[in-house]
Design a protein around this ligand. Sequence first.
Ligand code: MTE
Ligand code: MO
Length: 327
Amino acid sequence: MPFIRIPQSWELSESQVTLSSSYYNRRHFLKTLIGAGVGASLVPLSGCQPKSASQLSLETTLNLPQLDARTNPLFAQSDRPLTARELAGQYNNFYEYGGSKKIWLKAQKLPLDDWQVTVGGLVKKPRTFDLDGLKKTFPLEERIYRFRCVEAWSMALPWLGFPMNKLIEAVEPTAKAKFVRFTSFYDFAMTPGPEIHLGGLPWPYTEGLRLDEMANDLAFFALGIYGRELPKQHGAPLRMVVPWKYGFKGAKSIVKIDFVDSQPATFWNTLIPREYAFESNVNPQVPHPRWSQATERFVGAGPDFSWERRETLPYNGYGEYVAHLYT
Ligand SMILES: Nc1nc2c(c(=O)[nH]1)N[C@H]1C(S)=C(S)[C@@H](COP(=O)(O)O)O[C@H]1N2
Ligand SMILES: [Mo]
């Protein structure tokens, strides 16, 4: 394999981070290294492979039906330009489909037919929603949010969706509910994200919030982005958006939401708790064990990745909404 280069520390993806984890025995380590680690550090292959006619174009994967939504005036603007749709749609983390950022085509295998989201646990009114049910029950709004990955890159994205507190109202958690667990779709047959399936990773991808975090005005479920339905690479048809936390807290392609009484295990926190805390609020003062979080590289309006360097803000700039949760 030519073109292997040594990534800078800010380029180390979560999958590479796991390589050094004592979690792995040697066998896992080697399999993961052969797959995800090397794949993640390759120069993108698309330039040197002929495109077969059956391959979808990036544009096709993004050009989905439009969604009606009102703009929420509180989040109608950002302090920076919107990230170009074509850049956000081809630079993704979705480890079910592999360890590289370039999974937009592979993620088209995600099966969306008859999608259901089951909401249960410690609630008075458990519900199962299909997509129409979600859209009918929860009026959609548009919000521009800054998005900060733990790998120290960032974007500004226009999501369409609804605040999580509307779902809380609909299912009425009992007094015992203190946390919420979110589970992503996972099927070995349908998401053969090559190599990383070998290593005994704690699939399905799960994330969690405290109930009071979920009830915060900022916490959001997205069904769309850039005025249209959510592309598969962004976690169709429903994903979490919690903009004051690092990006990995926003689980994609959610099928199950459980209200629980204690802090749930989550994917990255189970793998490597020292590097991926349950809370994981954006904090420029607390470096990742292997790189600084003081600044970020912002992907702007394009058309090319420009990687503008910016200061990282506490709570990703959303302290006025959420800082009181952590005093
Ligand atoms: N199911 C699932 N959700 C996930 C991930 C993943 O690998 N699987 N990656 C997370 C990480 S690390 C980031 S930065 C964001 C990326 O979202 P985007 O690709 O839509 O920008 O999704 C998060 N949600
Ligand atoms: Mo991330």
